[in-house]
Design a protein around this ligand. Sequence first.
Ligand SMILES: [Zn+2]
Length: 615
Amino acid sequence: MEGILERKDAGDWIYRGEGAVNLVLAYIGSSPTFVGKVLRIQKSVRNGFKCEDGPSALTMHECLLWEDTKDLVSAPTKEIAEQQYVQHVMIPLLGPEHVDAGEPVKVESQLANVGEDIVIHMGSCESWFKHLRRCLIGRFGDMNTPILDKLKIQKWALKKWGIQAGLKVLDLNVAWFLFELPSVEEASRRNWSFEGLPVTLQPWSPSGCCSGLKEDGLIWIRLMGLPAFLWSTEVFRALGKRCGHFVKTNEATAERRYLKWTRVRVSSEFLESVEDNVRCDRPAWRVDAAKVNTLCDSALLISDHSVIPNSHGILERQICVSVEIKPKCGFLPLSRFIAEGNAIKRKITRFRMHQSLKLHQGEISEISEYNPLYMFSGSKDRVHKAIKALFVTPQNNFRVFLNGSLILGGSGGVAESTSCVIGEAFEDVLKCVIRADDGLRTTNFLELVAEAVFESGLLDRVLKVQKLDLYDIEGAIHVYYDLVSQPCMVCKDLGEDKLSGRYSSLHSLPLNESLNIVRDYLIAATAKDLSMMIAFRPRENGDLGSPYSIVFLKSTGQSFDYKASFIDLDMKPLKRMEHYYKLDQKIVSYYTQMLKMEHQLDKKAARIKVNGTLN
Ligand SMILES: [Zn+2]
């Protein structure tokens, strides 16, 4: 693929899951551009809106709200706005190390060298070149060959070439390997085959391994996995100097156009074909509600956080198990603007109350025992309890993947509670990850998850961002109406006077304070709705120098590398404030009514007990 995904590429993308506005596809092909990535494509609501791309992705009032974040306001499309929102709003709050900066990929063919980031002069690399001249470059099959095991190739070469010492094999890129030999003489060999694949060996040369070499001795280099906070001209300059003589930075890189996510151009045939392919994997109600928006010509390419790539960005043939957790709101609101009739909000979590409404509406079949306050408690035991509850009723808050494939939880909606059959199958799948007897693996696995959630301390950060919601929706909604210059519908319904009633203090705030309140509310809303992905990989004995954190599972004596990331950091549209208010009122009023009814039933039951009859 060069820049655009066509119909013929559709077979490489399979259904991973979906939310209200996007469909997520996982990649099963072998193009290095896409391995370890997922593609997020827009949906369009049936009988609803069309593609929302316009001159600016934001409404007039949103531009006012986010005016300090220039790149966000000037984003020409929704996808770029999402990307800028994560980059400039969420990353500074959650930390760059857990929101993957990704790497730039060639996407627009009319731009020269889009895939490369900096250009250097090779003049100063001579000593390293001397070393490389006793190396061979070997190509095993083609770019569609499954990723080969480096050790296997090293063994093969040792046997074939009869070299006793000094042979080193380094994997370069999918089918390519570098063989470091003891001498230049050893390096002159013929063609071989390896497990039926043709092998092409050639002496290393500067032009043989990189297409970007110019006659003037300049070479473009792509920087992989550079953390977002290092994305500056100064750092590029320093890195360029380290490799050779730094010349300049690629324009697209300097402008951070493809920093967080990459935008990929897609043809409508690709989208139509994908839609056909994934239809049977999608939940029926999702298919009825929205279809793939085939009018859009681009999609977002995001790192697949359910797998751990190696340092070259390549997926190894190693077991990787990951969990996706939607922790939801982790605190009880204290705002003084919460109406007396809604005081229950200060005692019962929003999650618990919403469960009751969802059960009543038939969206779930069972109330979850999950308690977000436990999840955010900072106590390991309570975190463990919370994880166990999520396992029992995953709904849409808990999913487990093995090597990127879903093994527990729902793929595009609410999952059924974990039955015995599902539980046994899960226990069985864990065989390759957890070294424990039958019946103990799930328990140990959940302990591992709890340990990593606790160790990472990530939820403390999320909670801090969630708590930016100081006023609760019952306060923020009044400020919202002022911002969009509309009469306050809430004051009107409550019969309050905007300027002298209960909420007059909110309605008389200066503009900048109003902006802060609504902005903070929306940022907190993102944090209440995000997911955390933790990928685990069993650690080999003596495997030192891994860039990932380690977690030790005491009960099995195993160590795991883990990588935690935040996903679903969507920007919430300003107009959603009204929806948030209405939903909040609906949830609370249903719950209070339900409590009243239960109370009456209890009283009745008590009377029956006393009198022995129903009266
Ligand atoms: Zn009001």
